[in-house]
Ligand binder design. Structure first.
Ligand code: NDP
Ligand code: A1CAB
Length: 264
């Protein structure tokens, strides 16, 4: 599979690492106007670095656009003359609707949007995907690509903004929870390295319990809350201080912001 990543910045590099980690491409083109910071990828025999988006498109089948939304329209204008019926276009640009892409390159193209997160670099992304009408025929292909780098969910485009908040911004939200837990552990006596190790693996275990058993968080909470014990004491204090409420309010604030900045 010949894949091009147009715009290899934070997310593009994470996707590139994920693809290389999963042996998911025969040839991987990485584009950027200034390719100098992509030098670490030169060691891979199947990776080609270029600032020529048109060359990357012509020599690839799957084109993943990972540029800022404000750059996407111009890039689509530049490459549209090089598109053929083999090409599958997958945009990660937050808030850039499929109909805007169709208006530039034509609605007959296979056009999909994917919303991964930076955990794609370690094969653990939660990636939501939607497609235009022709692109539905390439949904299985897109899911197969992203399934190799984590978990995927096909959604309707109207939910892409919400998916961006929960999954892409969500990495930052979870990092802050892990950091806070680490700070608590340091206060209780662990050194910083130990504290982070405890926080990260407990977080991983909590997610693993839900993923493997498909149980509800409250069912798992019930198993560790001894009546009059320390867990319920801590949980109730967290809720008195607004833990759930602040998380929900933060998610809604993030969603309101993304709806203000979307390119519709
Ligand atoms: N960061 C995240 O976790 C997520 C981001 N997204 C979305 O992905 C997109 C990229 O985000 P992010 O990686 O953070 O952004 P970055 O700014 O880090 O990366 C974008 C890259 O595009 C390159 N670029 C700009 N213009 C061109 C061009 N004409 N041709 C080729 N490359 C170009 C830039 O490099 P140069 O200037 O050298 O060309 C830059 O490195 C955004 O649309 C964002 O909404 C989606 C999900 C998660
Ligand atoms: O913060 C942002 O606006 C972008 C979109 C999702 C992740 N980063």
């Amino acid at each position: 599979m010949k894949i091009a990543i147009i715009g290899t910045g934070n997310l593009g590099k994470s996707i590139a690492k994920g693809i290389l980690h999963s042996n998911g491409a025969t040839t991987l083109y990485l584009t950027k106007r200034d390719t100098s910071e992509l030098a670490p990828f030169e060691k891979y025999g199947n990776v080609k670095l270029t600032s020529d988006n048109i060359q990357a498109v012509q020599e690839s089948d799957i084109i993943i656009f990972a540029v800022q939304p404000g750059h996407l329209a111009k890039i689509l204008e530049d490459i549209k003359g090089s598109l053929t019926e083999k090409h599958v276009l997958i945009s990660t640009a937050a808030g850039f609707p499929i109909q805007n892409m169709e208006a530039i390159v034509g609605a007959h193209n296979y056009i999909l949007r994917a919303m991964p997160n930076t955990a794609i670099s370690v094969g653990k992304s939660m990636t939501c995907i939607c497609a235009n009408a022709p692109g539905q025929k390439r949904m299985d292909l897109a899911q197969a690509i992203f399934d190799r780098m984590g978990h995927t969910m096909a959604i309707s485009e109207e939910l892409m903004q919400a998916a961006t908040v929960i999954c892409a911004s969500g990495i930052a939200f979870w990092m802050r929870l892990v950091r806070a837990t680490t700070q608590g552990a340091i206060q209780l006596g662990f050194d910083a390295k130990e504290a982070q190790e405890l926080a990260v693996h407990t977080c991983n275990g909590a997610a693993g319990l839900l993923i493997d058993s498909h149980s509800h968080p409250e069912a798992e909470i019930d198993k560790v809350t001894t009546p009059r014990g320390c867990t319920i004491e801590g949980l109730n204090e967290m809720e008195h201080q607004g833990l759930s409420s602040s998380l929900i309010r933060g998610i809604v604030a993030s969603f309101e912001k993304i709806n203000q900045i979307k390119q519709m």
